[in-house]
Design a protein. Structure first.
Lengths: 324, 327, 269
């Protein structure tokens, strides 16, 4: 319990630190949203000055940070200049779209990686394992960009899948079932792209960890006791190989918001990635900070999750922790 | 009486990375009767652990059983179906490996690990499984069985882990147990307790055992017969008392003379030099010509260089593979 | 004659328990006193958990005792500061039980034997290698094995190498912590002979930690028996073995006897 509390406290401090740094860097970066406006001769300098005052851009940095922190504590994340509306709802909407993609892709990737990795490890060095190794190596080498573009080309050439976007025209008028189908249809290619991008690494890790465990004396002993094959592989081998995989899973959770930028941009998926990119280019300060903070929350939560999971899964860690 | 285990002409070899074959067991023959305890005596490189692993085909990837028969209760284990082999492992032949510290799964409670062995061979409902597990634990742990059952291996001492391994090996009431250096890393008192446990098991369940060790003193009063292994070959087999008190093979003789207790029989020989066996164990990857002990043997003869000695019968049940006893 | 080593009421506590700063402590040594005469061998016998290894580490200045003194050649090394203690470390060397783990498997025999000599900053690499080769000769490791990596050596050879390494800095006292236990019987005999030879050639003193009474009886002048952090009995080897007075000694001795018709441990299945 105390371990959990300590780790959570660390997480909070980490987040505060990150938010401060992000705020500083964004605010200190040359230029601000209104520079563009100033260049526009049709807008009078007074209007610009008034807008700047309205958005409090002429206040000193610490004050701005303090205000922002206060706002965040109340669930508001500031104001977007570009969209002229509060940041939080904008971010949530986009984050939801991203999560739709990444949660599905991550689950699918792990569900495929585990049996593939175990199967491969059990046939280590033999033909089926070589095929898998070769395939994963090839996929790893191909940049995500190329994979996504490749899928897009397939979509264009065959017309089987939409070439981007979240929904079709006339989405609002569809029945719930149709809406679901439409969404799924649009999700297919981006999800495939993401899975292809992340699956190879996962498979290789699972394979490596399990292969190492398969050499262990306790597994030979379990084999000697006549335990059935599936139990040996999943109940004993995979379980013993879990530690590095749990850490990896934590990382997967951590990158749920940040890992899909490229795919989203290429497939025109209205997620967090493209949105943040726009905001950075436009110097939309509070959107940027809000977006980074959100991603960081996921990253830190993912790590915390992995730590807790590790603590729960490995009794040796529990003993070591309580011995301190 | 039909023997429970008959090993005939077993040849096992390992392949090294460079493609060379290194024989580990050559022409091993022995017989084990029901309820009999056979002590396999051998030092490092003798092939004793290979023997334990081969009986249940648990050799590492680079090990291969080249020829031979392993007849258990009449059936050749080398030719049974994979399902039959699985049922035999743990179900009809129990196995206690070396190194209790690494023979248990590190993150599963030991009680669960015992239950896993039971459920692999007997289809019982959850409650019966739990009861049987408790009974087995209570049998090997006179006190604290419940608490130990819920512990993890790293929370137990070496002796406790060893008892868990023993419980796993006898869980399904096998007729034969193979124990590979079961007392290697234990204290003398714990060692003694484990040996007594084995003896009780044999008495109560007429459990046959193959007890593999490098320490001859462990076999007195426990083993009925001893089989001495040297360089993958059987050097001598015979009743324990005979082999230990009047060993016939020069290697067995030399080995027993190395023990400090041997020395103490002559008055006060403290701090005197112990007998040693000159030379080093042979390099098994080189082709063998003649008796493998010959370079180190103090009683070698001309014929020993030419060919490997077959077993000669010295007296009832006592065989020695040495040309001293030819004819 | 002044003893080479005299341990006086040595106490060592380890903090244990669920939280740091808790009162729970593990008492590894509970007031241990012993002495070893120069060029003699003291066998320290006890079960695991009795504190033998902790005692070895304290004497070798690898652990700080909680209280008590360790007089080595007339100086209390336990009371010395870290820097001053360093001067004494070469004089007290340790040989461990498992050579596979106390030797770096990737280093060659020559490298392992010459490593301690690096402490002597006034030697050149060539001088170190020569000395290392001499050490290998002392322990009967053929010179052709000098460039073999440690993992390619046999168990007996590895242990000889560990002894060679211990001899490198010309120690006065060598602590052998179960150094023979992991070896085959014939190899134990060889190493035991080697140890006796080295003792007479170099005037070494041994603290031989073991649970093998037979070997202790063979090698030791004095025997001390440890139980739960205390020395329960000590004296000349003959006396302790022929007429043990303490219960623990007697039960340890009894454990080494062959199992005769003693009633078995209860087994109700």
């Amino acid at each position: 319990m105390r371990y959990l509390l300590r780790r959570s406290l660390h997480a909070v401090f980490l987040l505060l630190g990150v938010s401060l740094l992000t705020f500083l860097f964004s605010a200190l970066a040359p230029g601000n949203y209104f520079d563009e406006m100033r260049l526009n001769p049709q807008i009078s300098p007074e209007t610009v000055a008034a807008l700047r005052a309205q958005y409090q851009l002429d206040r000193p940095l610490p004050v701005r940070y303090a205000h922002w922190l206060n706002a965040v504590a109340h669930g508001q994340m500031g104001f977007s200049f570009a969209y002229n509306s509060p940041v939080a709802p904008l971010l949530w909407a986009r984050a939801r779209n991203t999560l739709l993609l990444t949660v599905t892709a991550t689950l699918l990737a792990w569900l495929l990686a585990l049996p593939l990795g175990v199967w491969s490890a059990a046939r280590f060095g033999r033909a089926p394992d070589r095929v898998i190794s070769w395939t994963t190596a090839t996929l790893l080498v191909i940049p995500d960009l190329v994979l996504a573009l490749g899928l897009l080309i397939i979509a264009v050439r065959t017309g089987w899948f939409p070439t981007g976007g979240l929904t079709s025209v006339g989405f609002e008028e569809m029945s719930p079932l149709h809406k679901l189908r439409d969404l799924a249809w649009h999700m297919t290619l981006p999800v495939i792209a993401l899975v292809l991008a992340t699956l190879p690494t996962l498979v290789r890790h699972v394979r490596a960890s399990v292969a190492e465990v398969l050499e262990a004396p306790f597994l030979r002993a379990a084999l000697g006791h006549g335990l059935p094959h599936t139990k040996l592989l999943y109940g004993y081998a995979l379980r013993a190989a879990a530690n590095p995989l749990i850490s990896l899973f934590g990382f997967s959770v951590g990158t749920l918001l940040s890992g899909s930028l490229l795919v989203e941009v290429i497939m025109s998926w209205p997620g967090l990635g493209p949105f943040l990119l726009e905001a950075i280019l436009a110097r939309d300060l509070y959107v940027v900070i809000g977006g980074v903070l959100l991603s960081m929350i996921f990253l830190v939560a993912g790590n915390l999750f992995a730590d807790v999971l590790l603590y729960w899964a490995d009794p040796r860690i529990r003993t070591a922790v309580s011995a301190k | 009486m039909t023997p429970i285990l008959e090993v005939k002409n077993l040849h096992v070899a390992y392949s090294a990375r460079a493609g060379e074959i290194c024989p580990a067991l050559v022409g091993v023959n022995f017989v084990l009767g029901p309820g009999e305890i056979l002590g396999v005596l051998g030092e490092s490189g003798s092939g004793k652990s290979t023997l334990a692993a081969s009986l249940l085909q648990l050799l590492p990837l680079n090990g291969k059983i080249q020829q031979g028969e392993i007849l258990f209760e009449g059936k050749d284990l080398l030719r049974v179906s994979p399902q039959e082999l699985r049922r035999t492992r743990g179900g009809r032949i129990g196995l206690i490996f070396q190194e209790p510290s690494s023979s248990l799964h590190p993150t599963i409670q030991v009680g669960r690990q015992l239950t896993d062995v039971l459920s692999a061979h007997e289809s019982l409902d959850r409650r019966t499984l739990r009861e049987k597990t408790s009974q087995l634990f209570a049998a090997v742990f006179p006190t604290g069985a419940e608490r130990i059952s819920r512990s993890y291996p790293h929370e137990l001492s070496g002796g406790q882990r060893q008892r868990v391994l023993i419980a796993q090996a006898i869980a399904c009431r096998p007729s034969l147990v193979i124990a590979d250096e079961p007392t290697a890393s234990l204290d003398p008192t714990t060692q003694r307790e484990i040996l007594l446990l084995f003896r009780t098991l044999r008495q109560k369940f007429s459990l046959a055992m193959i007890f593999i060790t490098h320490n001859p003193s462990l076999l007195t009063d426990l083993a009925d017969r001893i089989l001495v292994l040297y360089a993958g070959r059987v050097a001598e087999t015979g009743p324990t008392a005979k082999v230990l008190s009047s060993p016939k093979h020069p290697y067995t003789e030399a080995l027993l003379q190395c023990l400090p207790s041997h020395l103490r029989e002559d008055q006060n020989m403290r701090k005197a030099r112990l007998h040693v066996i000159a030379g080093d164990p042979p390099n098994l990857s080189l082709p063998a010509k003649g008796c493998l002990f010959e370079p180190r043997c103090t009683q070698r003869m001309e014929v020993c260089k030419g060919s490997e000695p077959p077993p000669f019968t010295v007296s009832e049940l006592h065989e020695v593979s040495c040309f001293k006893f030819a004819g | 004659m002044q003893p080479l080593l005299r341990v006086d009421k040595l106490v060592k506590h380890y903090a244990a328990g669920r939280s740091a700063g808790s009162r729970d402590k593990l008492v590894a040594l509970d007031g241990v006193s012993l002495s070893i005469a120069p060029q003699s061998t003291l066998a320290l016998i006890g079960e695991s958990g009795s504190g033998k290894s902790t005692l070895a580490l304290c004497i070798a200045c690898l652990e700080h005792p909680t209280s008590g003194s360790i007089w080595f050649e007339g100086i209390d090394v336990a009371a010395l500061h870290e820097n001053q203690q360093r001067k004494f470390r070469p004089r007290i060397q340790l040989v461990f039980q498992d050579p596979a783990r106390s030797l770096n498997p990737r280093w060659t025999a020559l490298e392992i034997a010459s490593e301690p000599l690096i402490v002597r900053q006034d030697t050149s690499k060539q001088e170190r290698e020569n000395k290392a080769l001499e050490l290998l000769d002392c322990v009967a490791i053929p010179r052709r094995l000098a460039s073999q990596r440690a993992h390619e050596l046999s168990g007996g050879q590895k242990q000889r190498l560990a002894i060679a390494r211990a001899l490198a800095l010309e120690p006065k006292l060598i602590i052998l912590d179960e150094a023979l236990s992991a070896l085959d019987c014939s190899v134990q005999a060889q190493i035991s002979n080697l140890l006796l030879e080295l003792q007479s050639s170099f005037g070494l003193t041994y603290l031989f930690i073991t649970h093998d009474f037979a070997m202790a009886a063979h090698l030791a002048d004095q025997i001390a028996v440890m139980d739960r952090g205390r020395i329960v009995e000590s004296g000349p080897a003959e006396n302790v073995l022929r007429s043990p007075s303490h219960q623990v000694t007697r039960s340890l001795l009894a454990a080494t006897l062959p199992i005769t018709e003693t009633p078995g441990v209860g087994l109700e299945l």
